[in-house]
Design a protein around this ligand. Structure first.
Ligand code: MRU
Length: 365
């Protein structure tokens, strides 16, 4: 995607052997890139959410292993890097998938061969992520065209999305936002309702910024508005990303997604989930019971930060001193509330059979 007219990805290898990222904690107020040079810097970037979004944290974790091997490419160093990076965030399964992939690729190699192989592996993972997301975009575009046809090709297609599942959350294109970029680019009249997504405001800060950079018409709404809009025919479809989808089609995504899916069901609004196959956890069935839900620092709830009229970015407290808070990062939307899953291989029902139809190699022998 383009930032100020320049094409870029959300993570890249620098010629000096470091890894470039966009510091997403600074958006939308400042566009700042960082160079990660060590394993600890990569782990910090994921933990502190300088990079976030399921596919991107997988990609940065793979690069984190590359950075670790610059110092020491022995077996214990490789294991230490994978263990450290795995502990950064619990819900998105792409992290474990990326680490297991690079670990398995490197383990059989001699330590001297590992650094070059690791960089190659991470670069390939990134290229594959881009191709997967572009394919998701194509399949999701068909759903948006259908919604447009249902409206008699009049007015505009109103899409609601939650959190940020755009190019900032992946290596490029995004998952839920990829179809929207393609629809906009082909001239389909599109408008996006952007949930602000408290407590970290990924919608207000990141999705709104991304859509704005690309010229996609959008409106930021507070998190509780979606149900009202759906009751009044103002949402033609919802599309969100996911951090982990079980083999049965239950979907973990940013906290608040479940409530949007309930409102969509009640109002007959299609609720789509866009996902690359590395986000499927084939080992889990019941997502509500089994997907680990990240709980984060309560200060994300007690405090909000923003830009003052002076231009300075400041953080202020909004809760009484002493009031306890709880900060759950994700929730699980059961498959029964999901109209369909949009993957790189096509669109399928959110069910075990639906997923196995698209991924027959996963069918038990
Ligand atoms: O806590 P975050 O910002 O990492 O959460 C991100 C999301 O919930 C996204 O919707 C999800 O990772 C899909 S990104 C393509």
């Amino acid at each position: 995607m383009k930032v100020h007219g320049k094409a870029m990805r959300s993570v890249w290898a620098e010629p000096d052997g470091s890894v470039g990222i966009i510091d997403q904690t600074r958006l939308p107020h400042a566009f700042v890139t960082l160079r990660l040079s060590t394993l600890d810097a990569a782990a910090h970037a994921i933990r502190s959410m300088q990079v976030r979004g399921a596919p991107l944290i997988g990609a940065v974790a793979a690069y984190g292993v590359c950075l670790a091997l610059r110092e020491d490419a022995s077996d214990p160093a490789l294991e230490h890097a994978c263990t450290l990076l795995q502990a950064t965030r619990p819900t998105a399964v792409n992290l474990a998938w990326a680490l297991e992939g690079i670990r398995q690729a490197l383990r059989p190699l001699a330590p001297s061969e590992r650094p070059a192989a690791a960089w190659k592996h991470a670069a390939l993972l990134c290229d594959e992520d881009v191709a997967i997301n572009r394919a998701i975009g194509g399949h999701g575009l068909a759903l948006i065209r259908e919604a447009w046809a249902r409206k008699g090709r009049e007015g505009r297609v109103n899409v609601l999305t939650h959190c940020n599942a755009g190019w900032l959350a992946t290596v490029d294109w995004g998952t839920a936002l990829a179809p929207l970029y393609l629809a906009h680019d082909e001239g389909l009249p599109l408008h996006v309702w952007v949930d602000e997504t408290r407590p970290r405001n990924q919608g207000a800060s990141l999705t709104a910024w991304e859509l704005g950079q690309h010229g996609v018409p959008h409106t930021v709404i507070s998190d509780n508005v979606g149900g009202h809009l759906m009751q009044h025919g103002q949402v033609d479809l919802c599309i969100v990303g996911t951090d982990r989808t079980t083999a049965r089609g239950d979907v973990a995504n940013k906290i608040g997604t479940y409530l949007k899916a309930l409102a969509a069901k009640d109002n007959g609004v299609p609720f789509y989930v866009a996902l690359p196959s590395p986000t499927i956890d084939w080992t889990l069935g019941d997502g509500v019971r089994d997907i680990p839900i990240e709980q984060r620092d309560g200060r994300e709830v007690t405090d909000v930060s923003g830009r003052l009229s002076s231009g300075e970015v400041a953080t202020v407290r909004i809760t009484p001193e002493g009031s306890p808070v709880a900060n759950y990062g994700f929730d699980v939307t059961p498959a029964r509330l999901v109209t369909a899953l949009v993957t790189e291989r096509g669109v399928c029902p959110a069910s075990e059979e639906g997923l196995l139809t698209l991924f027959p190699e996963r069918r038990p022998a």
